[in-house]
Design a protein around this ligand. Sequence first.
Ligand code: ADP
Ligand code: MG
Length: 283
Amino acid sequence: MTDSVIRCENLWHTYPANKVVAVRNVNLEIKPQEIIGVIGQNGSGKTTLVKHFNGLLKPTQGAVFIKGKDTAPLRIQELAADVGYVYQNPNHQLFARTVTAELEFGPRNLGLSEEEITERCEHAIEFFNLQPYRDNHPYRIGFPLRKLVGMASIFTMQPAVFILDEPTTGQDNITTRTVYKLIERLRDTGATVICVSHDMILLAEVVERMLVMRNSELIADATPREVFSNYELMNSTHLTPPQITELSVRLRRDKNNLQDVKLSIDEMTDFTIATVKEKRGGE
Ligand SMILES: Nc1ncnc2c1ncn2[C@@H]1O[C@H](COP(=O)(O)OP(=O)(O)O)[C@@H](O)[C@H]1O
Ligand SMILES: [Mg+2]
């Protein structure tokens, strides 16, 4: 018996065309309802790794199990109900002639009733604020909105595991806020969320576990506090933690106290106020 939703065992992926080893011997287990961030430089293997989680890619060595089932013999259609993957580039994902048709495609494939399809579609249009564009061709709307359509078309399938590949890259303020709202919503509904991102502020706020990729290898699997306060690790991936986290790390009195590592302005504010009060009280 297993209660993991995704498990990788000695997973390797070598692209046949150019013999690039994009994922090298990754072992990991993801449990239901975990909210996970995946970070790493461009080309470090993040997308290749997560595309194994819904069977878009199959291991060239090792194995991936989704809810205990080996993905190797399974077709992507058989996995789509469990795991949804939102492409980094929506142009690789979208193909229908209208936004509405795009959103209806997934639930229709799942064999849902027309009533249920319409209900899910309308709900997604409202959630992602796509009302003005519902009859537009997905290629006739701007990139940020097109990316939201990509998210919405997975949202309508309500998969238990939701993978977002760089959801805020190329987004403006409004669409970025929708991404935050989406992740919160998914968390509240008990979904497992895997978010590949360079947006450290987003990750600091929403994830509880981070996977760090470097040169095709998984080099760390820890909490955001642990990862962001590990300068050696961060430097080796050429990534920088949120500034507020860096400030808190510089200010902390006890190097071993992870609770002094702050992930957001709110946390830093509470900490500062408490420290000031403590000082005043002691005077
Ligand atoms: N379809 C592909 N064919 C051949 N090589 C690829 C393909 N996709 C990615 N790669 C290579 O695999 C490596 C990892 O890429 P990728 O998983 O896209 O990294 P990331 O998402 O971290 O930017 C890179 O060297 C990239 O050039
Ligand atoms: Mg990528």
